[in-house]
Structure formats: structure tokens, C-alpha cells
Design a protein around this ligand. Sequence first.
Ligand code: FES
Ligand code: FES
Length: 167
Amino acid sequence: MTITVNGRDYPVHEAQGEMRLIQFIREDLDLTGVKNACDIGACGACTLLVDEQPMRICTTRVKDVAGHRVLTIEGLRGDGGGLHPLQQAFIDAGAIQCGFCTPGMVLTAHALLLHHARPSRAEIRRAIYTNLCRCTGYQQIVDAIEAAAVCYEQIPHGIPETLNPRP
Ligand code: FES
Ligand code: FES
């Protein structure tokens, strides 16, 4: 079987298929942006996008995403490989302290904005409701997502070149 991570296909043998996806992503692929915290699917720190939808991967097996497109925080890039506008918005709004929740929070927000370019603050809060942040406070996070939404407004269908993950 094969899984596609950040645009690149990875063949997966049978034993790897039974691994937890978070272990495979962090240890086998060395993509350590995704965080492991509660380990029971409750906090959102391990959120990735699978086919542009948020998924918590601490309770997911590799084989569960075979044939699907996985996006990690490492695959989210802006123009010229720099910071994605959503990442920059988190910095500008002071929406990061320890950063442990940030990859999952950013990817959850990315999924929201891909499908809903002008969400209200209430809709933003609903989208990140189950992504827990213990130190920043949610006000700045909502501010960041609201500010970044303008970058997604020009998307008629799908993801424009500048918002595409780099393979
Ligand atoms: S580490 Fe997966 S939801 Fe908390
Ligand atoms: S920035 Fe520390 S948990 Fe959110």
C-alpha cells in the first residue's frame, strides 16, 4: 500500500500499516511538527489533514489513510517556500506561546478556510473548539485565523499555487 504525505508517495509494508500513524509520521518520516500529547484523541495536538479534512492521528493506523492525501505542517508553505500566510498570521497576532498546539491548530484552521473563506468568529471558534490550547488563550488564535482568511478569498476552486503544499 501507499500513503501520500505532503505530495510525496511512500510505499508502506504490511507491518508499517499496523503502526499508529503518529509514530510513522514522526519516527519513520521524521516529520516531527505533529505533536503527541493526550494519546487518546482528546486534545487535537496530533491533528493532520487527510484529504483536506482534520484528522487526529494518535488513534489512527497507517493503513487507515492508505490511498489518501496527508498534509502535515511541514507541507504547508507560502510563496517561495517561506511561511504560509496562516503561519505568519499566527505570529503577527501573538497566537503562539509554547507552540505545542500550534501545528494542529494551524492545520485545522487551514481546512476551515479552504472550504469556507470568510467564516465568522463564531464559526472559527466552532472549528477549533476541540483543539485545546493551554497557554495562549483563544482570542489571539481567532484573530489570526480571521486575519488570514483574506488570503483564501481568491480561491475559486481548490488550492491556488501559492497555497499548495510543496511535494
Ligand atoms: S495527541 Fe491526539 S488528540 Fe491528543
Ligand atoms: S501555545 Fe501552548 S498549548 Fe497552545
